[in-house]
Write a protein that binds this ligand. Sequence first.
Ligand code: GLY
Ligand code: MN
Ligand code: MN
Length: 457
Amino acid sequence: MASGAYFGRVVVVGADVTESSLDQLYKPHLQTLMRRTEQSLAASGFDALVIHAGSPPTQFLDDQDYPYKVNPHFKAWVPIVDNPRCILLVAPGARLKVLFYQPDDYWHKPARLPQAPWTAEVDLIAMNEPSKASDHWAHLGRVAYIGPDAFAAWADPTSINPPDLLARLHYDRAVKTAYELECMRRANELGARGHRAALAAFRRGGSEYEAHMRYLEACAQREEEMPYNNIVAYNENSAVLHYQHLERAAPASLRSFLIDAGAQYRGYASDITRTHAAFPSRFADLVEALDAAQRVLCNEIIPGRDYREVHLCAHRSLGDVMQRVGLTKLPGQAALELGVTSVFFPHGIGHLLGLQVHDVGGVMGDTLGNERRRPEGHPYLRLTRMLEPGVVVTVEPGIYLIDSLLAAAHADSRRAHIDWAVVEELKPFGGIRIEDNVVTTAAQPENMTRDAFARVA
Ligand code: GLY
Ligand code: MN
Ligand code: MN
């Protein structure tokens, strides 16, 4: 166990890569991005690239801004996630130029110029007058721009977010650099700490809101720093796939707890779900069976595997689990074919993960952006690509008791294949999801989430 600092806060770091070796991974990361970008610029007819960090929109009829979320193309290059209006200039053969926004503003504290070791690899330039920024690239030929249109007054409209350039960059982004993988291991470790704290709150009888607050505290991250809104759901609420409330009072009877919550490290996300039963029951058995099935599915994350097959394999395996616990009356393969598994497992088995929780490029078949089709009858699968080393995916099977889907199945021929008494027994528990973040490697898959839980145990 090494120790280190996360964004200046002292937090024990369990990974065996220290802060300084993470910084050593940054230079090769930049080189990889530069190589990919040079190729993509040449292929799409550009000489250089400008990336704007973005700025938070202002609320309607108000002078308050929404939380700031940095342009993912920007944070791919530099770990600046909290200072809007910065600009990057990527020019083949030159060092990365970072125009760091430092306005004259006595209402706010202007961000300080970063001093971390990664800054040695870039040209970091303070900028207080963005209208003059284009002087930096005026001589560079045809310059592409990625960012909000509002900051591209200087640009020719055909060079603003050009789809063919974006497609190439999005496709390449699925394969992570060693630096990115290490950031994601750390995001997983922060998440694992949060999950332990939230579970302790649940076990003490605290409310959804309290479990959420303990989660944030253990991660040492503000709500707006989370890579997505935490899903913290007790009992029937856990049947709502993207449950968005936080009950302030604990229910009289605590039966189940589903928490889907991640964290970020230098702009890279983790996306972790765990489900807990409050006491022994058929539901608790189902959690255990789903957990075992999920571990087996994680072994499918290997090079050359078609992720669509992983999804269909998940249906077969969950179908078998459903039959074993008495929820359905037919084996997994038949349940898949008849659409019975989709009643209880209506989402995809997972997605790409990285700079964004649902990272771009999941259904791209090539750098041109041609779509790789989803299997018939599976419209919500977010990832249809072939797996290759460096690709990070989630593996997140779930079984839920969702009223509208159950009603639809009850009204058609699927009714005969479901044990409705077991449905009624399980309904008060809501649902189950178990979600890990898994790296495809040339050898065994690396389960960053289970590794992180083991480190913080
Ligand atoms: N947290 C959103 C998801 O699992 O996809
Ligand atoms: Mn996910
Ligand atoms: Mn999730």
